[in-house]
Write a new protein. Structure first.
Length: 73
């Protein structure tokens, strides 16, 4: 069964600058990265409490290693 987590992804822009974003990263059954969303996550919610909880989930990704974007994906 696959699963996903929020993670920080580092991209290298065409001008060579680094750009960081939070994305949904998907894992396979072995726990290996299987892919990630093209666009960063949108921080929005139906309620303020729901939005607060979502932001807390996102904050957890800063305790993990940064994933470097693979332009081949």
């Amino acid at each position: 069964m696959s699963h996903w987590y929020h993670r920080v992804v580092k991209s290298i822009l065409p001008n060579g600058l680094e750009w960081f974003s939070v994305r949904e990263v998907f894992y396979d059954d072995k726990g290996e990265v299987d892919g990630y969303t093209k666009d960063p996550v949108d921080i929005s919610g139906e309620t303020v409490e729901g939005l607060k909880e979502y932001c807390q989930w996102i904050l957890n990704c800063f305790d993990k290693d940064v994933i470097v974007e693979d332009k081949e994906s």
